[in-house]
Write a protein that binds this ligand. Sequence first.
Ligand SMILES: C[S@@+](CC[C@H](N)C(=O)[O-])C[C@H]1O[C@@H](n2cnc3c(N)ncnc32)[C@H](O)[C@@H]1O
Length: 253
Amino acid sequence: MGRTAAFDAIAPTYDATRGGTARAAAFAEQLAALLDPAEPVLDIGVGTGIVAAELTARGHRVCGIDLSPGMLAHARARLGARVAAGDAGRLPVRTGSVAQAVSTWLLHAGPNPRAVFGEVARVLRPGGRYLVIPARGMRPGDDIGRVVGELEDRLDPEAARQDGPQVLAPIAAAHGLVYEGTASERPTVFRVSPEQMARSLAGGRLFTGAWQVGEEHLGLVAEACERLRALPDPQVPRVREMADFVMVFRRTE
Ligand SMILES: C[S@@+](CC[C@H](N)C(=O)[O-])C[C@H]1O[C@@H](n2cnc3c(N)ncnc32)[C@H](O)[C@@H]1O
């Protein structure tokens, strides 16, 4: 499968199946609280442009880059010529020219985080900031979360799909970006039953269309589904408490 095929395939339904405008507006609020409205914003992994459009609606000048032509077609409809095709690991942007960059739900989705942080460190000017909203910043500690977390660890022993502070802060530091901590926390609560989670895993896609489980690992997924269905009251939704937050990285020199 090509590097963009998974996102090209889900592009038409991406917004509707990922929280739509409500998620994008919430992310934009969290980011806007930390952005300087006087400076342009580079959105790396802009996707369909749904978050960038919400930032634009809040008065920010946003340019976006993404690798997937399918996702970019939607972003162009929203943002016009302010989006371009490009690889987050090889940004088509001048060195030291960016005051602030953002990524929402990018670093779990395939790119090599070392390459991305290397490029972000290159394009940011001294003092510039990179704001990241992770997809898996926090793992729920309930019974569903424990099963799913173990499955993730078995499928991804190198933690290449993890995008929380423990994984990203050392990578950023190696490229001269200081991790300043989290900001703009937004608690979220949702309900899902073990049975619903098992059904969603059984599709062979883990949480993001881009993480498609290979044939050789379907046994691990089936095992996790069995464990979910063996939990007490598998039809009863659990109230799952999580939080979306922004990780702040700064280029110091
Ligand atoms: C889960 S989506 C998030 C999109 C958007 N930021 C949002 O929050 O809706 C991840 C996006 O990252 C893009 N992507 C993945 N790897 C990339 C790379 N190496 N360079 C640029 N974009 C990439 C995908 O094409 C996809 O649009």
